[in-house]
Design a protein around this ligand. Structure first.
Ligand code: SAM
Length: 288
């Protein structure tokens, strides 16, 4: 197997194909072999798993996934990488590469078609410029057992944040609504070429088999979450009144009181059951 993380292998390989890194495509390739190995190992991928990889690049993580998985499906947008991937991972019979933008894929359909009889997981060193849309699409697809990704460390901390902390955000609630996050390990900038300006981290999101809360209306729930974080350090009442003008300030106050919360409560201190209670109360009022 070609050691694509060895810089003395990678450099001539890229040069041979006239390949130049695209910043616009978020291309920071791994040059530390322990990283893809550790990601694949910690992802829990084994022969019973079908794994979707996003952005194989020149294939360091792809190799490690192919060594473990029942099947790997890798989606790559940059077709200049085709002849290189041919050399680095072309010999794996359990690999299929799909050329295109992952955000344009029908992910549930892809999983159904490619991973019949396998446990679907997703695993990737994500292009950082579209981390949130990709993670959102993977979680909203509601078809993966686990999603293990490398992202900027600050994004990983946001995903795993606890209520009331500075990192806790609407994106935290979105991710934790669908999955339970676990921070795995940090990856310093010198493990990449070219080096990014920030430290990275690997995080795994184990998706919830059943949602442990009763949600009346998912759209209203996420509207509630967005409204609650739109005015940080302000009272929840103001955020809700702005996000749901039909409630008005008085109605927002009544919703908060009906949930047994203090009138001074701030949105960013609520946990998910707290947001669910508020959202369900808003739905009740809209119906009533
Ligand atoms: N997996 C490789 C590694 O770890 O060295 C490359 C990771 S690099 C951070 C991100 C990869 O995602 C690049 O190969 C890039 O071309 C690809 N990519 C960027 N945008 C994409 C998109 N919208 N859909 C699919 N792949 C994309």
């Amino acid at each position: 197997m070609i050691n694509v993380c060895d810089i003395n292998v990678m450099r001539p390989l890229l040069a041979e194909h006239g390949f130049h890194f695209s910043k616009a495509k978020g291309q920071n390739f791994l040059i530390a072999g322990w990283v893809p190995e550790q990601i694949a190992e910690d992802s829990g991928v084994d022969s019973s798993v079908g794994v979707l990889e996003i952005g194989p690049g020149i294939g360091p993580l792809t190799q490690q996934l192919c060594l473990r998985a029942g099947k790997v499906c890798a989606v790559e947008v940059d077709t200049r990488l085709e002849p290189i991937l041919d050399m680095t991972v072309g010999a794996f019979s359990n690999l299929e590469i799909l050329w295109g933008d992952v955000l344009k894929q029908d992910i549930p359909k892809l999983v159904q078609e490619k991973f019949a009889g396998l446990r679907p997981m997703a695993c990737a060193n994500l292009p950082y410029y579209i981390t949130s849309p990709i993670l959102s699409a993977l979680l909203e697809a509601e078809c993966f057992e686990a999603v293990t990704v490398m992202v900027q460390k600050e994004v990983a901390q946001r995903i795993a944040a606890k209520p009331g902390t500075a990192d806790y955000s609407a994106f935290t609630v979105f991710c934790q609504f669908y999955a339970e996050p676990e921070l795995l390990f940090d990856v310093p900038a010198h493990c990449f070429m070219p080096q990014p300006k920030v430290t990275s981290a690997v995080i795994t999101l184990r998706t919830r088999k059943e949602l442990p809360w009763q949600i009346e209306d998912k759209d209203i729930f996420f509207r509630t979450v967005r409204a609650s974080f739109a005015m940080r350090r302000k009272k929840l009442q103001n955020g809700l009144a702005a996000g749901f003008p039909e409630l008005g300030k008085q109605g927002a106050g009544e919703v908060i009181a009906a949930c047994g919360l203090s009138e001074n409560v701030r949105g960013e201190t609520l946990d998910i059951p707290g947001f669910v209670a508020i959202a369900n109360e808003i739905v009740k009022r809209k119906k009533g």
